[in-house]
Design a protein around this ligand. Structure first.
Ligand SMILES: [Zn+2]
Length: 344
């Protein structure tokens, strides 16, 4: 009986996912009413399988070290920022044109204070839109350093932006956690999960408690000693503060879904490789910080393993779809604001 009670929720979940997928296939747009709740931390993506042995380690890093690990700073061995950009982005999987990337990397800059714990620059690329109503869209990838294909999609989008006149304005931070990328770890060099370190209103009350109880102190999901304790988190917050985005896109792997924290009445444009499925958000996560606390929609693109890397052109279409959702979201949020203003 125990077996049944343990597995029944899983079977129901699988059945509900199948129902959702069928519904999506028959419709050209996907409404949030059909979204099913899945806790991504309860699934077993390949990254978790690979690091099972690690996740049983005692959380010895709770006392986060202030000592930098004496590794060679990557940008020092490459000289300029543009060659650092070129080297780092070339190391990611998937096809791209070296020449086009060179053009992009000549234009990247670093915001003051955007340096990782191991003093690697957290650079960004920006392209402004032609439309006078252009929305500002902030794209983040490699918040989790071991999710390489997420950076490949950003690289592809940056190269594309360089060659088109976009309707919206885009700022892309392709490597949000450079130390994690070098170490091939989800967490940063201080063993903190950046996507649990954002200062959500409930951080002090819930983040560490949630981690200890619900995640059994899994070292891969350690939210940090205090909210926004990490340089990488602080850098992203500076961008949010200064760029003031209408819409944020955060690219991850490997769950293979489009997860949206934003207004519920969106008509989601169909993107057949990835269904729209809500994953929910967590204390300290970007989705909770920006959407729940600050009313800025966050689209989380969860790539399906290396699928995106093999079909980067399809993901160019996803960039356009994301732009459309950004415009739609802004329209809905403005209308809601106007309605609540009129009601006063
Ligand atoms: Zn991730």
């Amino acid at each position: 009986m125990k077996f049944i009670s343990l597995f029944t929720p899983l079977i129901l979940l699988m059945a509900s996912c199948q129902t959702t997928r069928k519904a999506e296939n028959s419709a050209s747009t996907q409404k949030s009413a059909h979204l099913k709740k899945i806790d991504p931390d309860d699934l077993s993506p390949f990254e978790d399988l690979e690091s099972n042995s690690k996740s049983n380690m005692p959380p010895s890093h709770i006392a986060v070290s202030e000592n930098r690990v004496q590794t060679k700073k990557a940008h020092e061995s490459h000289g300029s920022l543009s060659s650092f950009c070129q080297t780092e982005l070339s190391s990611l999987p998937g096809k791209f044109s070296e020449e086009s990337l060179k053009k992009v990397c000549r234009k990247v800059t670093v915001k003051e204070g955007c340096e990782s714990f191991e003093e690697n620059p957290i650079f960004h690329y920006q392209k402004n839109g032609y439309s006078k109503n252009a929305k500002r869209i902030l794209v983040l990838s490699l918040i989790h350093g071991d999710e390489f294909p997420s950076g490949s999609v950003s690289r592809s989008w940056m190269i594309r932006l360089e060659n088109i006149e976009p309707r919206n304005s885009w700022r892309v931070i392709p490597i949000s956690n450079p130390d994690g990328l070098h170490r091939k770890t989800r967490t940063n060099a201080r063993n903190v999960d950046i996507n649990r370190n954002f200062p959500t209103k409930d951080w002090d009350r819930l983040a560490l408690f949630w981690w200890r109880t619900k995640k059994k102190s899994d070292p891969r999901r350690y939210p940090g000693p205090t909210a926004a304790s990490e340089r990488e988190t602080q850098c992203i917050m500076k961008h949010i503060d200064e760029y003031d985005p209408h819409f944020i896109i955060s690219i991850h792997t490997p769950l293979g879904v489009l997860d949206f924290d934003g207004p519920k009445s969106i008509e989601f444009p169909r993107f057949s490789p990835l269904p729209w499925i809500s994953l929910g958000n967590f204390p300290g996560s970007l989705g909770r910080y920006m959407w729940v606390d600050h009313n800025v929609p966050v689209l989380t693109i969860e790539l399906k393993g290396s699928y995106g890397v093999k079909r980067l052109q399809e993901f160019d279409r996803l960039q356009d779809i994301s732009g459309t959702v950004a415009i739609q979201s802004d329209r809905i949020l403005r209308a809601n604001k106007q309605r609540s203003f009129n009601d006063k």
